[in-house]
Design a protein around this ligand. Structure first.
Ligand SMILES: Nc1ncnc2c1ncn2[C@@H]1O[C@H](COP(=O)(O)OP(=O)(O)OP(=O)(O)O)[C@@H](O)[C@H]1O
Ligand SMILES: [Mg+2]
Length: 233
């Protein structure tokens, strides 16, 4: 579904990603793990068009998306919930969800919001409340819900568990698995909560200094603590 081939990219003149390739197949949950500053968020930003790949190619369902604007990439079926729960604090929960559907027709937005809220009963109770008054965990759920409004084929999540208490981390991962199972949406997820994400993903890539340092099945890392440690050195 998503094929990244030999991309190089960075910020200004500073190169961060060095000839990186990866693949996400339809229906999978794929995790990107690795130390701080490895380039994980940068990869997601390149896929959703927030930064350009200098070299290499990114294609989605067989069509190149390297040169597409972010809005075009959303309409092709890729959405992104960035690192840190970036919801609009001064907009209500409902308004935040409507922003998620900015490219859809009015009637469709309404219908999609209803469908998405089925997964988030708690948000349903706070629709007219300002998002800034939700707890951190609730804002995280809202960011996730908002990314689902356009009915993406590929949902990219950057550290959805960031800042959550240990009991809530489990909730987020359970929610992601449930949504993947019930809607078939493919998920590419960046996570620092390695143990937890290895429980829910089908495949994992470990990123180190802008390259793939490991790719394989989560079981390979779960059984091999030394390899895992190496990947984070
Ligand atoms: N907007 C930016 N301008 C310049 N440099 C940046 C920018 N964003 C990130 N970087 C640099 O790119 C490198 C990789 O950052 P990135 O955010 O991709 O890392 P990461 O793997 O997501 O790390 P973390 O786990 O801490 O979120 C870092 O050295 C960072 O300083
Ligand atoms: Mg990051």
């Amino acid at each position: 579904m998503l094929t990244i081939k030999e991309i190089e990219t960075g910020y200004g003149k500073k190169q961060i990603i060095f000839g990186l390739s990866l693949e996400v197949k339809q229906g999978e949950i794929v995790a990107l793990i690795g130390p701080n500053g490895a380039g994980k968020s940068t990869i997601l930003k390149a896929v959703c068009g927030l930064i350009r790949a200098w070299k290499g190619s990114i294609s989605f369902n067989g069509s190149p998306i390297n040169n597409c604007a972010p809005a075009q990439i959303v309409s092709r079926g890729i959405t992104f919930a960035p690192q840190g729960s970036r919801v609009y604090q001064d907009l209500t929960v409902l308004e935040n969800l409507e922003v998620g559907g900015f490219q859809l027709k009015r009637q469709k937005v309404k219908q999609r919001i209803e469908q998405v809220l089925e997964f988030f009963p708690l948000l349903k109770e706070h629709l007219s409340q300002d998002a800034g008054r939700l707890s951190g965990g609730e804002q995280q759920m809202l960011a996730l819900a908002r990314a689902l409004v356009p009915e993406p084929k590929l949902l990219m999540l950057d550290e959805p568990s960031l800042g959550l208490s240990p009991n809530l981390v489990g909730n987020v991962f359970r929610k992601i698995t449930e949504i993947n199972r019930e809607t078939g949406v493919t998920v590419l997820i960046v996570e620092q909560k390695v143990r937890e994400v290895l429980e829910v993903c089908n495949r994992v890539y470990s990123i180190k200094l802008g390259k793939v340092a490991f790719d394989g099945k989560p079981e390979q890392l779960k059984e091999n603590k030394d390899t895992l440690k190496q990947l984070f050195l």
